[in-house]
Write a protein that binds this ligand. Structure first.
Ligand SMILES: Cc1cc2nc3c(=O)[nH]c(=O)nc-3n(C[C@H](O)[C@H](O)[C@H](O)COP(=O)(O)OP(=O)(O)OC[C@H]3O[C@@H](n4cnc5c(N)ncnc54)[C@H](O)[C@@H]3O)c2cc1C
Length: 529
């Protein structure tokens, strides 16, 4: 293949976050090549997760109650069976992590110390080192991977294309930071590439979250759904840090309150759960005030010293010269989590043979229109493990004949596929502001139409090579189409021009590749809760 280096393996995992590592670890007996854009053990959203993992471990709790809370947050679009399986399997996955050495915070009696977050009716969020849960889980899984001789890790490799032969995905094309192409072929490819937050100007998501997996899957015609549902976290710290520093919801769970610049607390008038209302409601209440030129501040001064319970928050604030036990913290909503993604079953199978997906890139139906706080690490752990286990048990043949000569004539690329390497930063920023203005916390038919026209114009002016910018453009286009089509407000999708929910929209919007499946509404979704 003309000087392009190639590798063959049983299983390719694209992404080294909690979902990808869980899948790789459970695919026993399979040789795995794991590619990540970042350094192994860093990058992606997983190490940034603060609050923890939602799991029914408390004495008064049960998977059924967890399921009901998940369904209530999901606003009628959660898939009942999926929620049942994931909430039921959570405790076993936590036990497995403990076996592998994860150090969760515990009470003096030895039982888990469980936190409370928005829209949970129980203390249910298992955490580690206060608010450094993601880092502890990544450390645990990464150590287990390092002990395994089955997994070959390729750091700083960006997958820019999927190899597609005779209706089946048979491998990937990756580019190194130095611009060298690499072709890897395998019987199965698992996308575990995380979210899309980087297509918005305000986001808590890391630089890697450019929607690559969703765009790659759409490129081979895979089904995706729930794309209009982007969760905006209400309390990102306003300041120069990009991505924006997250002030975990657990702070509000412990009693921190939101005030405006007159010092008035406003959430009790907005929702019976006040600061612990579902995220979309808190985010909108903040966005409305900020649009009117008011500041919104998180007041955690009543919580005493935060060093031991929230060391990450204390450090993130200190970087901006703030002390959360003394200062009010300026906050704004920021794109945080994508409920939508590549449609999969509970073993990560997509609609395209040879292609699986798990973690934030996937749409299992778990989160409906709005994710319940701390349910994403749970889903990544459970579905990642199920996906790996399923592949361990299946006997897959590595395809031998891959006709890739024609496909790689454009590799190596003239420009770097990394946004931060090339001259694409300005275009990416333009795209981010288009999405922020048109498809942010509040959308309207008008704002979405303008955004779509601006994006169309951008795509005519700039035709990017395979890589992050191309992925961002494709994903932005899909999200805008979905948000325009859903003419109601539900969960995280708030249409200011139609601020009500309609029973006829109690269904998923599904795309095949870049096209909405006609009729647009195809998959009845069971409401739980
Ligand atoms: C600040 C923050 C705090 C959060 N707190 C919580 C919390 O407390 N509880 C909770 O449940 N959820 C939380 N979330 C959400 C949760 O962290 C993520 O949904 C979850 O970690 C996603 O895991 P993942 O494995 O799917 O993806 P990620 O952890 O994002 O990993 C994606 C991986 O894919 C790689 N990648 C991407 N594209 C490519 C490509 N083209 N080629 C090669 N590699 C690629 C990246 O390098 C990375 O290794 C938080 C998110 C953020 C941003």
């Amino acid at each position: 293949m003309g000087g392009v280096q190639s590798l063959r393996t049983d299983l390719i995992v694209v992404g080294a976050g909690i979902a990808g590592m869980s899948a790789a670890l459970h695919a026993s007996g399979r040789r795995v090549v794991m590619l990540t854009k970042a350094a192994f053990g860093a990058g992606g959203a997983s190490p940034l997760a603060q609050g923890g993992v939602a799991v029914a471990l408390g004495p008064m709790d049960s998977p059924e109650i967890h399921m009901a809370d998940t369904g209530a947050a999901g606003a009628g679009l959660c898939h009942e069976e999926v929620v049942r399986v994931i909430t039921n399997e959570g405790p076993a996955r936590i036990a497995e992590l403990v076996e592998w050495g994860a150090l969760f915070d515990r009470r003096p009696s030895g039982i888990f110390q469980l936190g409370r977050e928005g829209a949970h009716s129980m203390d249910r969020v298992a955490h580690a080192m206060g608010d450094a849960t993601g880092a502890e889980l990544v450390r645990t899984l990464a150590s287990a991977i390092m002990r395994s001789s089955r997994v070959e890790i390729l750091e700083h490799h960006m997958v820019v294309d999927l190899l597609f032969e005779w209706g089946r995905v048979v491998g990937v094309v990756a580019i190194t930071r130095e611009g060298r192409p690499l072709v890897v072929t395998a019987a199965e490819v698992i996308l575990a590439t995380g979210g899309v937050g980087q297509i918005f100007a305000h986001t808590t998501n890391p630089v890697e979250a450019t929607g690559d997996g969703l765009a790659l899957a759409a490129g081979v015609g895979a089904r995706s759904a729930g794309l209009e549902f982007v969760q905006f976290h209400p309390t990102a710290l306003v300041g120069p840090d990009l991505p924006m520093a997250l002030l975990t919801e657990a702070l509000r769970g412990e009693g921190a309150v939101l005030v405006d610049d007159r010092g008035e607390r406003f959430m009790p008038a907005e929702h019976v759960l006040a600061e612990l209302a579902p995220r979309d409601i808190v985010a909108r209440a903040i966005a409305v005030r900020r649009r009117l030129g008011r500041k919104v501040l998180l007041d955690a001064t009543g919580l005493g010293s935060l060093e031991s319970r929230f060391p990450t928050v204390v450090e993130l604030c200190a970087r901006q010269g703030l002390d959360p036990s003394q200062d009010l913290l300026p906050v704004s909503p920021a794109a945080h989590y994508h409920m939508g993604g590549v449609v999969t079953d509970l073993e990560g199978r997509t609609s395209v043979p040879g292609l699986r997906a798990c973690g934030e890139v996937a749409f299992t139906g778990m989160h409906g229109a709005n994710r319940l706080a701390s349910n994403s690490l749970l889903e990544a752990l459970v579905v990642g493990a199920r996906c790996g286990e399923d592949l361990a048990h299946e006997s897959h043949q590595t395809p031998v004949a891959v006709n890739d000569g024609h496909k790689h004539s454009n590799f190596p690329l003239a420009d770097s596929p990394w946004i931060d390497d090339g001259g694409n930063t300005t275009v990416a920023d333009e795209l981010r502001w288009i999405m922020e203005a048109g498809a942010g916390v509040e959308r309207t038919q008008g704002s979405l139409k303008v955004a779509r026209e601006q994006l169309h114009d951008l795509r005519r002016r700039v035709v990017p090579q395979p890589g992050e910018l191309a992925h961002m453009m494709r994903v932005a286009n899909l999200i805008l189409k979905a948000a325009e089509t859903r003419t109601e407000s539900r969960g995280a999708h708030f249409r200011a021009d139609v601020p009500w929910s309609s029973r006829c929209w109690l269904q998923d919007l599904v795309f095949e590749g870049d096209l909405l499946i006609p009729p647009h509404v195809v998959q009845p979704a069971a409401a739980v809760g």
